[in-house]
Design a protein around this ligand. Structure first.
Ligand code: ZN
Length: 63
């Protein structure tokens, strides 16, 4: 089952992979719990996550 789980980058809860990669608990972004630290892409993932967090904040404020 582990490969079907992703970890929320916001609250740290694990959730099933879904098409939107959205955390059930906090609507944060689900990420692979085993990040490829060896990959240079990981550097940019931080920026992507920051971007998504901002997007979610905006949505919460607008709602
Ligand atoms: Zn969460």
């Amino acid at each position: 089952m582990t490969k079907y789980l992703q970890k929320c980058s916001n609250c740290g809860e694990y959730g099933l992979i879904n098409t939107k990669s959205v955390c059930k608990h906090c609507k944060g972004t689900l990420v692979n719990p085993f990040p490829p630290k060896y990959s240079p892409i990981d550097k940019y993932a931080k920026y992507r996550l920051a971007y998504f967090k901002e997007e979610f904040k905006k949505r919460y404020k607008n709602n």
